[in-house]
Design a protein around this ligand. Structure first.
Ligand code: COA
Ligand code: AMP
Length: 631
């Protein structure tokens, strides 16, 4: 079948299309309804289906004779370890951890926070929750204590699963001080904190809620899979929104399994037995979907990599891992390849390795800039495929469908909408725009399986943030256009979300932290372009009257505050004092105009601006402070 036929069918007969895809998976009981709406009006897939996501990922493969195949390969250049787990071994570990969680009173519907570095136990923890029908909420290890506390208060977990430390290049980052501070800050107090001790840093476990992982797991009995409904939640994953409060994206079991299983063959062109590597982190949606669930649903071998593209030990590590584990499909953020390109511009290190197993190179998480695309095309003998997606959908919305029909790749475009996504570009008034014209990228309802069905504990926000601007359309928050051939180009966010090294961050989150500084009267954070990281945040500040503080000292203090309040990965490094901020007459700060001005893009000064003289004034200050011009 051609891409065009597959795509058309998904839109004209969504129920027939997705019934077929659902039939590719074994269910405990096949769904009674393929698509309907819940009492909140949210679209739901596969109601009445009985299943278990952990069983689909593990046990059924063992039962089908795949027990001796590697399910997970942990490759950790930062600890010089490689550990391999067959499907049988992984099933055994997961069943035991599930038993241990059950021993702590965790059952169906209970929440468990997983705050862990890139170790196999992170994936084991997620699958163990799924086994019990418990809801995991993985928090990226780079988040500082206040962010962890916000998530504890929102998800109200019974248990936290954590580790003694993470490792960033050669730096050991102790986790327990952050877990303790977060529990102190949070109003909700989890009953238990299970800590995986790592040789690089042994945590002191003196709190009554602390348990040591190895003993805790060793004492437990293996348990089987709890049957859940397809519409029961599998996980909550917090993501940045317009305000400082993160949104708990809720993903259900059935739609997730069907869509991810389909994506492996249709998008990534892989099959059971293939080796799949997504070099992301389990704390992000890419890690959830393509390190843990999708490769295992499909019966692939998944690589869990605890390292960096460079300096672990060098810019040849990607090629080394591809050779060592015979990777067939590799997925990474463009920022990682920009780091490789900077250290090894002619890709000389690649020549030391045999990467002939590789069939596809996928990239996502941020726009694949044409320069990086051309560099990859020059140095890789395989298709380089940009694809566009979000935490909210859990899988790709636009891609070149390698498993169906490989289309021409156009630099700067993630190609065409994936089956199931009726993508449109709308102008401010909700009218569809023609080729070449930029607008809001939206998806006509219903979203396909795997898309989120609510925001944890806040369905009103789900409606308000995503469904209220254009009736019947899901607002992706991205702007972009389509060309004459329908190819989609994603140009950036229309809201206050920024993308730093493939990490999604809210500028509001940082503004809340900065506003706590006693010298700051008002501030705004904008994402400005950066050669390596795509974007980095820049703070613009108004000081309180009478405050006397050196600009450099204030900048240093604010950098520390954001590191401790949000996390070092936010890369907040510059804060500049200005005299005024550009605002509309109603007081709204013109962030997008500021961003475009700083990035040297064309911008229109809105007629509602309070004082047009503010922009050149800020430009002058930023030039003086070497934010503009020097970049
Ligand atoms: N835990 C604790 N700290 C973390 C962290 C984590 N999981 N991840 C990042 N940080 C810290 C880093 O140690 C660094 O701290 P420092 O300022 O004290 O040096 C800071 O956050 C900034 O990190 P980063 O932006 O990652 O820059 P870097 O120079 O350390 O590394 C790259 C550069 C390119 C190697 C790195 O950004 C990278 O691997 N990017 C790819 C990310 C990715 O895959 N994103 C896609 C998600 S889908
Ligand atoms: P996240 O939810 O963290 O996956 O971030 C999703 C956002 O990252 C999207 O809304 C886009 O702004 C951006 N993004 C992800 N993939 C791409 C891509 N291939 N091209 C352009 N932007 C992307």
């Amino acid at each position: 079948m051609s891409y065009a036929q597959e795509y058309q069918r998904s839109l004209t007969d969504p129920e027939g299309f997705w019934r077929e895809k659902a039939e590719l998976l074994p269910w405990f009981e096949f769904p009674k309804t393929i698509l309907d709406q819940d009492p909140n009006g949210a679209w739901r897939w596969f109601r009445g289906g009985k299943m278990n996501s952990c069983w689909l990922a593990l046990d059924r493969h063992v039962e089908a004779g795949r027990g001796e195949q590697n399910a997970l390969i942990y490759d950790s250049p930062v600890t010089s370890q490689i550990r391999k787990y067959t499907y049988s071994e992984l099933t055994e570990r997961v069943s035991r951890v599930a038993g241990a969680l059950q021993g702590l009173g965790v059952g169906k519907g209970d929440r468990v926070i997983v705050y862990m570095p890139m170790v196999p136990e992170a994936a084991i923890a997620m699958l163990a929750c799924a086994r019990l029908g418990a809801i995991h909420s993985v928090v990226f290890g780079g988040f500082a204590a206040p962010e962890l506390a916000t998530r504890i208060d929102d998800a109200k977990p019974k248990v936290i699963l954590s580790a003694s430390c993470g490792i960033e290049f050669a730096n050991v980052i102790p986790y327990q001080p952050m877990v303790r501070e977060a529990i102190l800050l949070a109003s909700h107090k989890p009953e238990h904190n299970v800590v995986l001790q790592r040789d690089q840093c042994i945590a002191v476990l003196d709190n009554e809620r602390d348990l040591e992982w190895t003993q805790w797991e060793a004492k437990a009995k293996s348990v089987g899979c709890t049957e859940v409904d397809a519409t029961d939640p599998l996980y909550i994953l917090y993501t940045s929104g317009t305000t400082g409060k993160p949104k708990g994206v809720v993903r259900d079991n059935g739609g997730h399994a069907v869509a991810l299983n389909y994506s492996m063959s249709a998008i990534y062109g892989v099959d059971a037995g293939d080796v799949f590597w997504a070099a992301s982190d389990v704390g992000w949606v890419v890690g959830h979907s393509y390190i843990v669930y999708a490769p295992l649903f499909k019966g692939c071998t998944s690589i869990l990599f605890e390292g960096k593209p460079v300096r672990t030990p060098d810019a040849g590590v990607f090629w080394r891992v591809i050779e060592d584990h015979k990777v067939n499909c590799f997925f990474v953020a463009p920022t990682a390849y920009r780091a490789v390109k900077k250290e090894d511009p002619d890709c000389k290190l690649q020549k030391r390795y045999d990467i002939s197993s590789l069939r596809y190179q996928f990239v996502a998480g941020e726009r694949l800039d044409p320069a990086t695309y051309h560099w990859l095309r020059k140095h890789l003998d395989v298709p380089v495929i940009d694809h566009w997606w979000q935490t909210e959908t859990g899988w790709s919305m636009c891609a070149n469908m390698a498993g169906i029909e490989l289309m021409e790749c156009k630099p700067g475009s993630p190609t065409l909408p994936v089956p199931g996504y009726d993508l449109r570009i709308l102008d401010e008034s909700g009218r569809e725009v023609g080729p070449g014209r930029e607008g809001s990228v939206v998806i006509k309802e219903p979203l396909p399986p795997s898309a989120f069905t609510t925001i944890w504990g806040d369905h009103d926000r789900y409606i308000e943030a995503y469904w209220s601007k254009f009736k019947g359309f899901y607002l992706t928050g991205d702007e972009g256009y389509r060309d004459e051939d329908g190819y989609v180009y994603i140009m950036g966010r229309i809201d206050d979300v920024i993308n730093v090294a493939g990490h999604r961050l809210s500028t509001g989150q940082m503004e809340e932290v900065i506003a706590n500084h006693p010298a700051v009267a008002e501030c705004t954070v904008v994402g400005i372009s950066d050669e390596g990281k795509g974007q980095v945040p820049l703070g613009l500040l108004l000081l309180k009257d009478g405050v006397n503080i050196e600009d450099d000292e204030l900048e240093r203090e604010l950098v520390q505050m954001v590191r401790q309040g949000v996390g070092a990965f936010a890369n907040f490094k510059r804060a500049v004092v200005v005299k005024r901020l550009p605002k509309t007459r109603s007081g709204k700060i013109l962030r997008q105009v500021l961003r475009k001005m700083i990035d040297g893009e064309a911008y229109v000064v809105p007629s509602t601006i309070d004082d047009p003289g503010v922009l050149p004034e800020i430009e002058g200050i930023l030039r003086q402070r070497s934010v503009m011009g020097a970049r």
